[in-house]
Write a protein that binds this ligand. Sequence first.
Ligand code: HEM
Length: 132
Amino acid sequence: MDAAACLDRTLDLVTQRVGDPAPLVFARLFAEAPDLQALFCNDASGAVRGEMFLRALECLQDAAGARQFGAGLVAAEHLRHQGYGVDATQFQRFFTLVVEVFRTALGPDWTAETDQAWARALRQVAAQPGTA
Ligand code: HEM
């Protein structure tokens, strides 16, 4: 299985196990950095958080596969997020949190191949200009 297919398989399994993983990602983010919660005060419906999660996921998927738009998207969002007061470490951490939530959801079904595919995607995203 190639890396992109491996990521797709993870997503299928995660959805089967926990449904929409976005709330778990944000719960983890706010548990480790409670001050960040205030940044989402205008997002009562959760629509912005949902969109943010999907975009971050797309960046990881693109990094693992076609590498068509992810670098540009990451750079643009990184710049925009500096305006929200989100620093580079916090921005990058979100990608890692997404993968950590998936790993927890899969438990023993998180294989070495899966781990490698996501680790590579994370490295790729971290190596993109503007994220250092
Ligand atoms: C801990 C890290 C991050 C924090 C604290 C953060 C914070 C925010 C905030 C405050 C907003 C605007 C909320 C609003 O308009 O009410 C936002 C929107 C957004 N964020 Fe993040 N962000 C983080 C990481 C990321 C990452 C890694 C991506 C990847 C692409 C991303 C993509 C987006 C997108 C696409 C939106 C706009 C969603 C929309 O308006 O529909 N964010 N983020």
